[in-house]
Design a protein around this ligand. Structure first.
Ligand SMILES: C[S@@+](CC[C@H](N)C(=O)[O-])C[C@H]1O[C@@H](n2cnc3c(N)ncnc32)[C@H](O)[C@@H]1O
Length: 205
């Protein structure tokens, strides 16, 4: 029997995860993203590792022009289905690309990512995302917390981080950290609590 390697984060692994998920309804948009979207004036946004597209469509509905990038064609097929008939779908450009090598043509007012653990080291991935934020723009990184209290490693090390580790990547001369938190939340349909890392920062003008 085929054994799926839950610690692999290459394209095949992501395609297999999305295929296994099937046509289950897309989860609601990430609450840290919806909070940020409610506070920021709309502009150009990048959703890095957009998955089934809930956050990209939420941003579009809030008036943002969204570039939504994902490695997985399966994920983008699900996103495409969610976009059908969505009133703001024409404000999202869906791109299948590897964020380890893809480079945008312009900078964004918001670069956001939610649990998009790629095969490359997290810190280097976050450096790339940070470099795509326009002056005055916002970087929002949402990840899984490494070693949640009392629960051991619920995610492999390569798929988790800490708020301090993310903040360490951001040069204080160039960034104001607005949020560096490790909140806990419950999600409908999930038995376990989610231990998140949320870092929100603004690039100096
Ligand atoms: C855990 S899912 C999260 C999806 C979505 N952001 C969400 O919160 O529901 C991680 C996503 O990151 C994508 N991803 C992983 N590595 C990537 C890479 N190198 N380039 C682009 N997308 C990547 C995966 O295909 C997957 O859709």
């Amino acid at each position: 029997m085929h054994e799926f390697d839950s610690t692999a984060f290459n394209r095949d692994a992501w395609e297999e995860r999305w295929r296994a998920r099937g046509a289950a309804p897309a989860p609601p948009p990430n609450p840290y993203l919806t909070a940020a979207a409610a506070e920021l004036p709309p502009g150009a946004a990048l959703d890095a590792g957009c998955g089934a597209g809930a956050e990209a469509l939420h941003l579009a509905a809030a008036g943002w022009q969204v570039t939504a990038v994902d490695l997985s064609a399966e994920a983008l097929a699900l996103a495409g289905r969610s976009a059908v008939g969505h009133p703001a779908a024409d404000r999202v450009e869906w791109i299948r690309a590897d964020l380890a090598t893809w480079d945008p043509e312009s900078r964004f007012d918001l670069v956001t990512t939610h649990y998009a653990h790629p095969a490359m080291p997290h810190g280097e991935f976050y450096d790339r995302l940070a470099s795509w934020v326009a002056p005055g723009g916002t970087l929002l990184i949402v990840g899984h917390l490494a070693s949640p209290p009392g629960q051991g490693h619920r995610h492999p090390e390569a798929a988790s981080t800490t708020a301090a580790a993310v903040v360490d990547r951001l040069d204080g001369a160039q960034w104001t950290i607005e949020t560096a938190a490790e909140p806990v939340r419950t999600v409908a349909g999930h038995a376990a609590e989610l231990h998140d890392v949320v870092v929100r920062a603004v690039r100096h003008r």
